[in-house]
Design a protein around this ligand. Structure first.
Ligand code: PHE
Length: 339
């Protein structure tokens, strides 16, 4: 029986030494120390022994049990340590690897210029209002003193969506909507997209942007119009910029003007950008026609006002020296990344 015990001990010691997972260790515990294990089986055979030998043999088996128990404990400690070491190695982060850059988004140049313009006009007390891109004939033409057979309709080649609906050709439609909804004093700007059936080239696009301005109050004069637009031009183009008012015609303003600023590229000497003239046209404006005020329920005997429409695209291309307006609408990332 002693020999049997020695045999079990030495195979167990060898087997435990070879274990390299906790599952295998558990198997060993069951195989040698469990209720149906080999050492337990040995203890059950004690009855066959001489009564004098029983205590001696019992002690030997118990010692062997204790020995194997310690061995199993030690081995599982080693296995656990190895497993943690392995896990740590697998999960290490190589902090010397280059990081992934997260690019931040940027504003489109049109939006940058628009935000500047909004700041300028808000600082002068203007509210920003919005208007629909799909308009009725009434708001885009009729109420602006352009009846159906008026020759001024030829100035704006319109996209019609049906009998009465069209894509607005000018943000001036917002003047009417505002005067219908607000009582004077009115001081608003309305930025937005406008549409005309123009041939596409370096300076024309069927969609472009305007910023409409409207002021209506008692005693508003052409002087106020000049003051506001000069202030605006100086803030956008710099204090040394010259501003020129040319007589012009719009059916909904009387008198009407077009406003030029001295070319920021050549300072007024004449260059490719200003086509040799030294001036760049940036907006149309005028005193709101009494008929327009009246059609919105505002008494032209009591109130007067001025309006202006600024082209945002021209302002943007001249500020950033962009040679082709189409670049503003193509959304080519290589172009946009430059801003
Ligand atoms: N709506 C005019 C245009 O598109 C510009 C304008 C606006 C003129 C307001 C006078 C007053 O050409």
């Amino acid at each position: 029986m002693k020999q049997q015990l020695e045999a079990i001990k030495s195979t167990a010691i060898a087997a435990i030494g070879e274990c390299d997972s906790l599952a295998q260790i558990d198997e060993m515990r069951v195989k040698y120390l469990g209720k149906k294990g080999e050492l337990t089986a040995l203890l059950k055979q004690m009855g066959k022994l001489d009564p004098a030998e029983r205590p001696i043999m019992g002690q030997l088996v118990n010692e062997a049990k204790a020995g194997l128990e310690t061995l199993i404990g030690e081995r599982s400690a080693v296995i656990k340590k190895n497993e943690t070491a392995l896990k740590l190695k697998e999960e290490t982060i190589d902090i010397t690897m280059p990081g992934k850059a997260h690019k931040t988004g940027k504003l489109h140049p049109l939006n940058t210029v628009l935000n500047d313009m909004i700041d300028i006009f808000q600082s002068m007390g203007f509210d920003v209002v919005d208007g629909p891109e799909v308009e009725t004939d009434y708001y885009n033409f009729e109420a602006l003193n352009v009846p159906a057979d008026h020759p001024a309709r030829d100035m704006q080649d319109t996209f019609y969506l049906g009998e009465n609906l069209l894509l607005r050709t000018q943000t001036s439609a917002a003047q009417i909507r505002t005067m219908e909804n607000r009582k004077p004093p009115i001081r608003i700007i309305c930025p937005g997209r406008v549409f005309r059936a123009d041939e596409v080239d370096a300076t024309h696009s069927p969609v472009f942007h305007q910023i409409e301005g409207l002021v209506v109050d008692k005693g508003v004069t052409m002087c106020d119009l000049k003051g506001v637009l000069e202030q605006f031009a100086h803030e956008i183009y710099g204090k040394d910029t010259k501003v020129k008012f040319r007589p012009s015609f719009f059916p909904f303003t009387e008198p009407s003007v077009e406003v030029d600023v001295s070319c920021s590229e050549c300072g007024g000497k004449g260059c490719r950008v200003c086509k040799g003239s030294g001036w760049i046209e940036i907006l149309g404006a005028g005193m709101v026609h009494p008929k327009v005020l009246a059609s919105c329920g505002i008494d032209p005997e009591v109130y007067s006002g001025f309006a202006f429409g600024i082209g945002l695209d021209r302002l943007t291309t001249t500020r950033y020296k962009i040679s082709d307006i189409r670049l503003l609408f193509e959304n080519d990332k290589r172009f946009l990344d430059q801003f």
